[in-house]
Write a protein that binds this ligand. Structure first.
Ligand code: SAH
Length: 273
């Protein structure tokens, strides 16, 4: 029987920080036994081993145990628990929890919870979805950097953007985004596999980047170059304590909106003309 490489982690106080750190690894699922005990399942044993070493160094208060989880349909079971969520006019729903579309003002996006990050159940995705809705996307070009499940790109297309591209350096994410795009035939998104630091997509009117605080800082120059003059740059995935560092890295841009949920911050910036 196939088994999955996993870590059972007993989480200390910094569970949000740990959740953010886990974005750096290729993860298939996170099962929360309770709020302090997580089972994190990895794409490969090498991913697990690398993560275990890093996490032990970065977080002093974790207990980490290696486990191999037999495949007894746990993935399907934990996914089936995922329900639709709503952010403003957008409803992000798994295929098994589609809301009745009786309200023309609502837009339903179907996302299959799989390996691509972004089901709408993470605050950083919700903040990104809200920030996109605060802009008038009609006729605009949009680039979603680190598209994951494709959720922000699909949302931008459904919100009226003229042309939308999504880029991710993880082949599994691009595959998941492609599957989600097929579930949303009204959306049109060009998906590209590539690292934001080396790929050269043309600049866009609106750039959305839900990454991590550290990566946003390291990629600040590049993200600004990807944003057209007078264009908007949505930054999500940063934690409240990282905000001043991120804002300093993007000091040339004007702040036009800011929102916070739990410990997470999302800012919308405008590039000068
Ligand atoms: N946009 C989605 C997913 C965000 S998760 C949402 O808002 O929910 C961040 C994504 O960025 C992951 O899919 C990860 O693979 C991708 N990523 C991380 N570093 C990257 C890089 N250097 N270049 C391109 N994509 C990257």
């Amino acid at each position: 029987m196939r088994s999955w490489p996993a870590l059972d982690i007993t989480v200390g106080a910094a569970s949000d920080l740990l959740q953010a750190a886990l974005l750096d690894y290729r993860i298939t699922a996170i099962d929360e036994t309770d709020s302090h005990r997580w089972r994190v399942v990895f794409a490969s044993p090498a991913d697990r081993d690398a993560a275990a070493g890093d996490l032990a160094r970065r977080f002093r208060d974790l207990t980490i145990r290696f486990v191999d989880v037999p495949d007894q349909g746990w993935a399907a079971r934990s996914q089936a628990a995922v329900r639709a969520i709503q952010v403003g006019r957008l409803i992000v729903a798994p295929p098994w929890d589609l809301p009745p579309v009786d309200d023309p003002a609502r837009i339903v996006i179907i996302i299959h919870p799989s390996m691509g990050f972004g089901t709408g159940h993470h605050a950083t995705t919700r903040l990104g979805l809200a920030a996109l809705q605060a802009l008038d996307l009609h006729g605009r070009t949009v680039l979603d950097v680190g598209t994951g499940s494709g959720v922000l790109a699909i949302a931008a297309s459904r919100l009226g953007a003229a042309r939308v591209a999504g880029i991710d350096d993880d082949a599994d994410a691009i595959e998941a985004a492609g599957e989600n795009l097929r579930l949303n035939p009204q959306a049109s998104v060009q998906l590209r596999l590539g690292d934001l630091r080396s790929a050269t997509p043309e600049s866009s009117d609106v750039v959305a980047a839900n990454l991590t605080g550290g990566l946003l800082i390291r990629s600040a120059r590049r993200l600004q170059d990807l944003t057209a003059p007078s264009g908007r740059l949505i930054l999500s995935g940063l934690m409240a304590h990282e905000e001043s560092g991120v804002r300093a890295a993007f000091a040339d841009l004007a702040l036009i909106a800011r929102a916070e949920e739990e410990e997470w911050v999302c800012v919308t910036l405008q590039r000068r003309a």
